[in-house]
Structures are given as structure tokens and as C-alpha cells.
Design a protein. Structure first.
Length: 737
């Protein structure tokens, strides 16, 4: 990295260098860039201290000078300063992301960063990472910022604090247990105003999950805490916690002393399993700002779900509700007794699989619901009655399935005949109407019109009786390539296995217990792959019934030609193809690990890119693939009502290398129904020996913009030695390279 003709060495691993040249280029004799100084000091092969420092492009001096230099001597993980970024926004001129990186040990490191604005706003970011191979790895990030709007004394003067805590953890505990966490506790102000991640700026939901799981031979246990928040409204649901336990299927009547080769008795095939799911659900649905102001409690607008979680008073003020938690323990016991029939009267040998089954569900609750008409008959009052309650339900079914094989007399060149596999199945299901008052799961109240209204006192009460037959026919068409003596060498290298030509499936059902509209919609799907790289999928739904003039379903059947399957309600066709050339013989794309002090860029978890505060993408153009292209076409028709809704969109991405050092990439599409081009991106990259240049352009749309960037490839100098126009405030805007 350092070259000089005159070097003086001291005994304590210190070198004094005269007229030294510092560069990270591999071509040390004629580097494309270098820093040169008449005085340099190298200490312990780690750091280089210099006097006045000048930048050279090849051997041409530039007017860029630094009064002194503090440069790393090794491209390795080590403690050191973090380069700042600067710019201007609505809070004034800023300098952000400067700080220090600490290489604490072989297994952990720490990054401290700060930012300041000219209006006295500031921010602090802390990122702690830890990792031990095959055991655990993760990172913890904490951010806090204070923003000031206006000046003291102004009517619009305000101070706003925003904060964020993110934790990502993955740990293996022994051979059968694990602990995983993905926690994101960020305020809306942080996501919209502070984070430099494009994903954060456009995020609609904030989700967090902590999960512990344990496996045994036939059992599984998991305990999970999770949270989901809608950013715009603040509505939050959290499970604190969810406990799940499952027992895999086993045969309780199986004989342990059965002789080898002795077949099972019919009762030995009886199988049973068990599942338990316990949830303690917290729901925070705040009232609108207007409602809170009308209630005379404008301060409740700032109450977050975390505040409401630990304060019953805050919860009542923000939501108007007194019941934040809902407890439920769901027990599920599936019972089945599958058996096979190999011979039927009149049909002779016949492969038929039968499976009678019963699914028993029992749900436990800590309270029930009671409804009544208010005194002024203007609304329905809802109250809770505390106490244990068990909801017991079941569903019985009998399934029959078989498999048939046939050969189609069609010969394709180079292939065997086509094999047709048919897998029909028929299932009858029965479930009582648990809304019937004899089961005790419902109550009634009288509405304002004097009508009796029945309602379930707990969630999940099955409302209607079910006596349903469902059927499905799955068809698979396959062939097999054969190798012939006259095959060319290139043909003989192709796979000789089975080739799936087409999957064609149809399903529907009929409910005998329904008052009307007994037939279910008919679902028809088809899937195939053409030429080895083009996927073709069709999914259609047909209603057996016609619509009235007002758009309501009638009892009149719609089975008629040409719509022999019924009335088309929905059709979706998707075609996707991808092409790419073989990987070239050139050098690998430059994707080496980031330098130690740039720890955020080493983050393998893309969801946490916002830890990186530099605003520039860490992605690199892959020059090793000369070209690649993908095309997606989607066509859909929806006719649920008399109105027909259509959509037809084609999207495409491509990139190709004009030369080993020039690459062009683009993403675009066209909406045929709206007759407009969708958001289009164009990027051009040039790979120099030690530099990379990128030009980005979004010609129209919500993110219309352009950008130019040139930077050195060196990880340790990439954020320091670069030119970027305009300054990007949000990282990963373009996402092409």
C-alpha cells in the first residue's frame, strides 16, 4: 500500500517514510490514484500518519489537499474513525454519520455515530454486533434524535424526539433448540424523518418477533412474542406470548409384539395427533385525533402502544376500551383411520384409499361477551363477563382417493410416449350448526325494531351446518427423454429423467345443508414450463350461478355453452421467462467483505440496512455475466359483479455488458389497461481497475430522479474518496446494482 525510496526504521516497529505514496490499487507501479506526502510515519503496520497530503490521479497531481492524514495500513478489521456525510435538508446544513468503530474482540464490535444540524437538531446511533460461528450471531441498534422546528418564540416552534431500537438475533441451543429474534421498535418519526433506508421511508407495517423453539422425537414446542403495528394509524396487535405444542401422529392401538412381515389389523391403523395453541393477544386501536380532541384529551394523541401496554389508564384514554387482552387456548385433536381397498365388486382389482376422520376442537376463553340495546335505542352496548368458558366443536369427514395411469399414443421426437396420471379424490364433510341454542354458545338481544338477534358469546363459533361433498381431479402429463445412438454429443449430455409437461387440476363442491347456492365455485388451474425457462400458469374460477340485473347471485344455473363450466368470475394468466448468458471467464464481481470500521455494510441481514447511515449502496455491478433478462406478463379478469375489471401488465429487467468494463441495466414495464409505462429505472456502470462509476436515471414517476457516483473500490476508502451528485438522502433508491 505504501511505496517510497527512502525509509528509516526504528526498533519499536516504527517506520519514517520520505516522499511516500499511499494507494490501495493492486498496480503499485502505476496506480490509478494515490495519496502522496513528503512525510509519513508507519506505526506497528497498522496506521499511517502523514503531513500535508495530496491526491494524484495516475501520476497527475490534483488540487485536492489535506493538511494531514490518518490512514489504515491494513485492509483488515480494526478500530478507527468513520467518515462523515454532509448535505442540507429542512433542518439546515448537516453533518451525519461521523463517529468511531471499535473492534472489541474476535466475536464482537461496536459502532458509534452522530449527526448535527445547524438549527441545533442532533442524532446518535449505536450499533453493537456479535457473532460466534455455529452458535449465535446478531446485532443491536439504538437510535435517538431530537429535531427542532422554527425558533423559540415562533408560534410553530416545536421539539420532537424520535427513537428506534432494533435487535436481530439467531442462536442454536444444542442440537434441538433455537432462539431467533427480529425486533423493530421504531417511531413513525424515525422511519419517515431520520432513517436513510428507502425501505423504512416507505414501510407501512412494523413487525417484531422473538421465538424460542424446541424439538423432540415426536413433539415440538415453541414460545413466541410478536407485534404488528400499522404505521399511519398506530393500530397494533401483539401476542404476549403465543405458546404452541404439537404431538406428531401416532398409532395408540398398534401392537408392539407384531411379528415381522405380519400385516396390521384394521384397528391398528387408527392414528391420533394433538396440537395446542395458547395466545394472549393485546390489541391497541387508538381513536382518531379528532375524536380525542372532541373528548377533551388531546394529550392522548401521543400515547403509543407501548405506553398503553404498561398503563391501563393510558390504554383507556387512547382507545376508549377497558379490555386490552384476549386469552385463548385452542386444543385440536385430529383422529383418522386410513385403510386401502384393493378389490371392489363388479370392478375387480381396484386401488382405493379411504380415510374416515374426526377433528375435535376445544377452545378455552377467560371471558364471554354480552350485548344489549342501549337505553335510548341508538346503539348496541357490549360488555364482558369474566370467567372460564370452553367452546367445543367437531368436524367429521370421509375421504376417498385413487390413482390411475394411462399412456397417450403420442410420440415426440427424442422422447418416450406421454404418461397421463390421474388422481381423483372425493371428500364428504359434516359439521353441526353450533349457533343452535342447544349448544349454549350463543345469546340473543332485541334490536330497535323488536327483532331477536343471535350472536356468539366467544369468537370462532361455527355459524352454519355443513354437509358438503368436495371433489378434485389432478392430472399430470409426463414424458421421458431417451438417448438415441445418433444423438449429437451436446444432446447426449442433457438429463435423461422424466419431464413434466403439464399439471391440470379441477375442483369444486356441493353443500347439501345450504338453503340455496349449494354448489361451490369451480376452480381450474394449469401449470407448465416451456423451453426449460418459461413458466406458464393459469388460474380460473367459474360460478355455477348467474347474476341478477342488480349483481346478486341467483339460483339459476349458468351451465351452458360456451361457458360449459359456468360463469367466469376470475381468470389469471402469468408468464415468466428468464434468460442469461453463462458466467464469463473474467474476474469475480467485487463483493469482498467491507473493511472492519464499516461494520454496517457487512450486515448480512438486508432488513436492517437502515443501520448504515452513509446513504450509498453497498451493492456492486456483476460484470462476470455478459447479459441477463427477465420478463413477467400478468393478465387478469375479474367478473364477480356485472362490471368487468381487467389488468394486463408486462414487466421486464435486463442488464448486459457492452464490454468487460461497461454494463447497462434497466427495469421497466407497461400497463396495457392504463396505457402507461410503469416506473422505469436505468443505470450504467463502468468498472475501472480501482474505481467504479455509476449513473442512475428514473425518468418519470413518483421517484423521478437522477444520480452520478464515482468511488474507489477499496473498502477502507470507498466512503471517503468518492464523488456523488446529487447527494442521495435515501439509500438504495435505484436498486439496480
Amino acid at each position: 500500500m505504501v511505496r517510497s525510496q527512502i525509509v528509516k526504521a526504528l526498533e519499536d516497529s516504527v517506520l519514517f517514510i520520505k516522499d511516500g505514496m499511499y494507494t490501495t490499487c493492486t498496480c503499485i507501479q502505476n496506480p490509478s490514484y494515490s495519496f502522496r506526502s513528503d512525510k509519513m510515519k508507519l506505526v506497528d503496520q497498522k496506521w499511517i500518519y502523514t503531513g500535508p497530503l495530496q491526491l494524484y490521479i495516475y501520476n497527475i497531481p490534483t488540487p485536492l489537499w489535506l493538511p494531514f492524514g490518518f490512514l489504515p495500513a491494513q485492509d483488515a478489521r480494526r478500530s478507527g474513525p468513520l467518515p462523515p456525510s454532509y448535505g442540507e435538508d429542512e433542518f439546515g446544513f448537516y453533518m451525519r454519520n461521523f463517529g468511531w468503530y471499535f473492534a472489541l474482540s474476535e466475536y464482537m464490535d461496536l459502532q458509534l455515530q452522530a449527526g448535527f444540524w445547524t438549527n441545533a437538531s442532533w442524532e446518535i446511533d449505536v450499533l453493537f454486533r456479535y457473532k460466534q460461528r455455529y452458535t449465535y450471531d446478531g446485532q443491536l441498534g439504538v437510535s435517538f434524535a431530537r429535531f427542532k422546528n422554527g425558533e423559540k418564540g415562533d408560534p410553530d416552534y416545536s421539539i420532537r424526539d424520535v427513537k428506534s431500537l432494533r435487535w436481530l438475533h439467531s442462536q442454536t441451543i444444542g442440537a434441538s433448540a433455537s432462539l431467533n429474534a427480529k425486533v423493530n421498535l421504531s417511531s413513525e418519526g424515525y422511519l419517515r424523518g431520520v432513517s436513510q433506508s428507502y425501505d423504512d421511508r416507505t414501510r407501512q407495517n412494523i413487525q417484531s418477533t422473538i421465538r424460542y423453539s424446541k424439538r423432540w422425537k415426536n413433539q415440538n414446542l415453541s414460545v413466541q412474542v410478536d407485534q404488528n403495528q400499522i404505521v399511519e394509524t398506530g393500530r397494533t396487535t401483539a401476542n404476549l406470548p403465543t405458546l404452541s405444542f404439537s404431538q406428531s401422529s401416532f398409532k395408540p392401538l398398534s401392537r408392539s409384539n407384531r411379528s415381522p412381515g405380519q400385516s396390521e389389523k384394521f384397528y391398528e391403523k387408527f392414528t391420533v395427533s394433538y396440537n395446542l395453541n395458547v395466545t394472549n393477544r393485546f390489541e391497541f386501536n387508538p381513536l382518531s385525533d379528532d375524536d380525542l380532541i372532541a373528548n377533551g384529551d388531546s394529550a392522548a394523541i401521543d400515547i403509543t402502544w407501548l405506553d398503553a401496554l404498561f398503563s391501563a389508564d393510558d390504554y383507556q384514554r387512547a382507545t376508549g376500551d377497558d379490555e386490552p387482552f384476549q386469552f385463548r387456548a385452542a386444543h385440536t385433536i385430529p383422529l383418522s383411520a386410513p385403510f386401502s381397498v384393493s378389490r371392489l365388486p363388479l370392478l375387480g382389482s381396484f386401488d382405493l384409499n379411504l380415510s374416515p376422520s374426526i377433528r375435535y376442537n376445544e377452545d378455552w376463553f377467560a371471558r364471554t361477551e354480552r350485548r344489549s340495546l342501549s337505553a335510548d335505542s341508538s346503539k348496541i352496548d357490549v360488555s364482558s363477563e369474566q370467567g372460564f368458558f370452553a367452546l367445543r366443536q367437531f368436524r367429521a369427514s370421509l375421504s376417498a382417493s385413487s390413482t390411475f395411469y394411462g399412456l397417450l399414443p403420442i410420440n415426440l421426437p427424442g422422447y418416450n410416449t406421454i404418461r397421463h396420471t390421474v388422481r381423483p379424490s372425493l371428500t364428504y364433510s359434516y359439521r353441526p350448526d353450533f349457533y343452535d341454542e342447544k349448544y349454549g354458545y350463543t345469546r340473543t338481544y332485541t334490536d330497535a325494531n323488536g327483532n331477536e338477534v343471535r350472536y356468539g358469546i366467544v369468537p370462532g363459533v361455527s355459524r352454519t351446518e355443513l354437509k358438503q361433498i368436495t371433489f378434485a381431479i389432478n392430472n399430470t402429463f409426463e414424458t421421458k427423454r431417451v438417448r438415441r445412438p445418433d444423438d449429437f454429443e451436446s444432446d447426449s449430455r442433457r438429463p435423461q429423467g422424466a419431464v413434466k409437461l403439464l399439471d391440470l387440476n379441477i375442483s369444486s363442491g356441493y353443500n347439501f345443508a345450504a338453503d340455496s347456492l349449494k354448489f361451490r365455485n369451480i376452480l381450474l388451474t394449469a401449470r407448465t414450463r416451456l423451453f426449460g425457462n418459461t413458466d406458464f400458469n393459469v388460474r380460473t374460477s367459474f360460478s355455477p350461478y348467474e347474476l341478477s340485473d342488480t349483481g346478486q347471485l341467483t339460483d339459476k344455473y349458468a351451465f351452458s355453452f360456451p361457458g360449459i363450466l359456468g360463469r367466469l368470475t376470475r381468470a389469471d394468466v402469468t408468464v415468466r421467462t428468464s434468460l442469461r448468458s453463462k458466467r464469463g471467464d473474467g474476474s469475480r464481481p467485487y463483493t469482498s467483505p467491507r473493511a472492519g470500521y464499516d461494520i454496517a455494510r457487512q450486515d448480512p441481514f438486508r432488513e436492517f440496512d437502515s443501520y448504515t447511515q452513509s446513504g450509498s449502496s453497498a451493492n456492486y455491478a456483476d460484470f462476470s455475466i455478459p447479459w441477463s433478462m427477465t420478463l413477467d406478463f400478468t393478465y387478469g379478469v375479474s367478473k364477480v359483479s356485472p362490471a368487468t375489471i381487467k389488468r394486463a401488465i408486462i414487466n421486464g429487467t435486463f442488464d448486459f455488458s457492452l464490454t468487460p468494463n461497461w454494463k447497462i441495466a434497466s427495469r421497466t414495464g407497461y400497463d396495457f389497461e392504463r396505457r402507461e409505462i410503469v416506473t422505469t429505472n436505468l443505470a450504467i456502470a463502468r468498472d475501472f481497475d480501482c474505481w467504479q462509476m455509476s449513473v442512475f436515471w428514473v425518468p418519470f414517476g413518483a421517484y423521478e430522479s437522477w444520480g452520478f457516483e464515482i468511488h474507489v473500490k477499496s473498502d477502507i476508502l470507498r466512503d471517503f474518496l468518492k464523488l456523488e451528485q446529487p447527494k442521495k438522502e435515501v439509500s438504495n433508491q435505484f436498486g439496480l446494482f
